[in-house]
Ligand binder design. Structure first.
Ligand code: ADP
Length: 162
């Protein structure tokens, strides 16, 4: 069975992530979307909340599983025996950072873990979780960026003052 890990912060999941997940699920037997529990970042949503939103928004994709991990990605990849990492690329700015991570992961894993890149669908090229949070903080319209259940969850984090 060909599986791949799609790791990320997913704080929160956007239509950009979901587009990559859906397209990847058609190429692999199994996609493991894994939420990184990064102790150095202060996320808007807890790991549990992020996992639940991913589970809900991918429930129609039967070969997609949701998981979480902390620590080194290559250690996680080895622990579940999946040597392929999937990352999405939006623009050249993503590329520099992603290339460095991919090379580090190859070195750390002594060549046993490889990274594959998928390019964004053009309509999502400017979509990022941090952009969505910035718009939501000022109560702007995010309905084109995230599914309704994610939008509702973000709205709860930024309630309008009455
Ligand atoms: P990070 O893991 O760097 O914190 P995210 O959780 O936001 O980033 O995203 C996880 C992965 O999805 C990364 O590879 C990122 O480049 C990719 N990604 C994020 N938004 C989009 C988008 N709109 N289109 C394609 N790929 C995306």
């Amino acid at each position: 069975m060909k599986s791949a890990i799609y790791p990320g912060s997913f704080d929160p999941v956007t239509y950009g992530h979901l587009d990559i997940i859906k397209r990847a699920s058609e190429m692999f037997d199994e996609i493991i979307v894994s939420v990184l529990d990064n102790k150095n970042k202060t996320p808007l949503f807890s790991v549990d909340e992020r996992v639940k939103m991913l589970e809900e928004t991918t429930k129609d994709l039967t070969n997609v599983k949701i998981d979480s991990f902390s620590g080194l990605l290559v250690d996680y990849a080895h622990s579940i025996n999946v040597p392929i990492i999937l990352r999405g690329l939006r623009a050249i700015t993503d590329f520099e950072y992603e290339l460095q991570n991919a090379q580090n992961n190859r070195i750390l894993s002594e060549g046993s873990v490889d990274t594959l890149f998928m390019t964004t669908s053009l309509e999502y090229a400017y979509l990022s979780s941090s952009g969505v949070k910035e718009i939501a903080a000022f109560h702007g319209n995010i309905s084109k960026c995230v599914p309704p259940l994610v939008e509702a969850a973000i709205r709860q984090k930024f309630p309008k003052e009455s």
